[in-house]
Ligand binder design. Structure first.
Ligand code: GRF
Length: 185
């Protein structure tokens, strides 16, 4: 597996931990970030996982950046890619060569609340339930086939931050399990 991140990398950390369990069926070969200062890169290094920075700022277009990412991923001979807080919209240049092999985790119960600020929007809408979704990536944002979901209650007085923290705990359990299930299909 390759893991794509842009920030904190707590889901990446959960995937690395799961990959090191005795019964794991996957290995994390590399963690790639489009941001050099992503905290997750420091974590990945501490965990002894190979890291690579490929900055979108070094490329003139989304397509050129995606081509560079694809070249790197292909050279690693990966079976699949897990996006974990990777904050770039992907073009077909990257999605097509990995069709059916790129997963993402999104902090909402898709198809509800695609895009950003999911928790803020769920609270504003008066939702009683929120959650997270692991899905396959397609060229449409947060739109690919759903592989797994986990639900949490929205509690009275929740802020986007308190709800995000509750959902994130579920993300860390859901993603490794959904990935294992996906790889053993
Ligand atoms: C998670 O909430 C994930 O669902 C979303 O971005 C966040 C990343 O968090 N795509 P982390 O970097 O894994 O801590």
């Amino acid at each position: 597996m390759g893991v794509l991140i842009s920030g904190t990398g707590s889901n990446m950390k959960a995937l690395v931990a799961a990959s090191r369990a005795a019964d794991s069926i996957f290995e994390i070969a590399c963690v790639v970030s489009n941001k050099a200062d992503a905290a997750g890169i420091t974590w990945a290094k501490e965990l002894g996982v190979a890291t690579q920075i490929i900055s979108h700022r070094d490329y003139p277009s989304r397509e050129a950046f995606d081509a560079a990412l694809n070249d790197y991923m292909q050279a690693q001979h990966l079976d699949a890619i897990a996006c974990a807080g990777f904050m770039r919209v992907m073009t077909p240049v990257l999605v097509a060569p990995w069709a059916g092999k790129i997963l993402n985790i999104h902090p909402s119960l898709l198809p509800l609340y695609k895009g950003l600020h999911t928790h803020e929007r769920a609270i504003a809408a008066g939702e009683k339930e929120a959650g997270c979704t692991v899905h396959l990536v397609t060229a449409e944002l947060d739109d690919g086939p759903i592989l797994a979901q986990a639900r949490v209650p929205v509690l009275a007085g929740d802020t986007p931050e308190s709800l995000a923290a509750r959902v994130l705990l579920e993300e860390h359990k859901l993603y490794p399990k959904a990935l294992s299930d996906f790889l053993s299909r």
